[in-house]
Design a protein around this ligand. Structure first.
Ligand code: FAD
Length: 273
């Protein structure tokens, strides 16, 4: 497979840097072709602004989605954005690796998403009508590709458990896994999350490295999270609410958007390459 690893940590000698090197080594051992977008090393520009749309008429009001769509259609996005889009299209699997900062991704990585996910590329794809609200959530330009998060966190795993004070990790990562990865079509694999890492010793690192290498070996075969496809019949249109009777009894919030046993259908999956 072709694997793109998008890395968001400012220090190459960090724990994240060491885990990245282990992941890349294992992927190469498995015969995969690998590319890395090391956002800090690249000096990635995180904020979307007027300079992203050089063909916008001077003095014209900036509407980001409209300008993004026009620039994408005209091939007029900036070169840094164009190369990241090309890398996404090249990849069969994409890994986003980052330390959990304030319950989310570092700003530089969010800025990568904001700029690379242009209108017409990652959103605004397909028919948009009252019958079909775009090709998204399981469909879209990146359908057929796999994606996975590699995340380190200072908190303990219990802090992110079902009754943990931080909230369940699957809820915290839902905006990234469902809103950023599943939205443009990726099949999203369960994340690799390393907890309680701030005082990690050598033995702890060895355990993490072993587990991460195993996940890299299984990258092509790990079953994805069974998120419900928007256009698979589970949602009423145009309200896009889950149809009555679907979902596990008592389920609410983010958990509703995973296929539930008993819904009468097999788990949804976009095909792996
Ligand atoms: P580093 O600081 O580089 O290393 C961590 C430890 O691993 C060090 O003790 C290092 O010596 C050791 N180590 C062992 N072996 C190796 C090796 N081979 N290579 C490198 N290091 C090794 N945590 C949360 O849980 N939730 C949050 O919301 C949250 N928000 C944060 C916000 C900010 C702004 C910051 C700075 C931190 C936050 N944290 C939070 C903590 C953060 O997630 C962790 O500090 C981070 O994940 C650690 O990863 P690192 O790569 O920076 O580790």
């Amino acid at each position: 497979m072709n694997v793109l690893l998008v890395f968001a940590h400012p220090e190459p000698r960090s724990l994240n840097g060491s885990l990245r090197d282990a992941a890349l080594d294992e992927l190469r051992r498995q015969g995969h072709a690998v590319r890395v977008s090391d956002l800090y090393a690249m000096g990635w520009k995180a904020a979307v602004d007027r300079s992203d749309f050089p063909s916008l008429p001077a003095g014209g009001r900036l509407g980001v989605a409209a300008a993004s769509g026009q620039a994408f259609a005209a091939g007029a996005l900036t070169d840094d954005v164009g190369s990241e889009q090309e890398a996404l299209l090249w990849a069969d699997a994409v890994i986003l690796q980052f330390p959990l900062w304030w319950y989310s991704m570092p700003a530089i990585l969010k800025g990568w998403v904001d700029r690379v996910y242009a209108h017409g590329f990652a959103y605004g794809v397909g028919e948009h009508s009252d019958r079909h609200w775009g090709d998204r959530f399981g469909e879209g330009r990146l359908a057929g590709k796999r994606a996975m998060l590699v995340v380190t966190a200072g908190g303990w795993d219990s802090h992110y458990g079902p009754r943990g004070i931080n909230g369940p990790i699957e809820d915290l990562l839902f905006p990234i896994q469902h809103g950023i990865l599943f939205y443009p079509g990726f099949s999203v694999l369960p994340p690799f999350v390393a907890y309680r890492v701030d005082r990690l010793d050598a033995a702890g690192f060895d355990r993490l490295e072993t587990d991460l290498r195993a996940r890299m070996r299984d990258l092509a075969t790990t079953p994805p999270i069974p998120y419900r496809r928007q256009n698979g019949g589970d949602y009423a249109v145009p309200s896009l609410t889950l149809r009555p009777g679907l979902g596990a009894p008592g389920a609410a919030g983010f958990a509703l958007h995973r296929d539930a046993p008993g819904d009468g259908r097999p788990a949804q999956e976009t095909s792996a390459p």
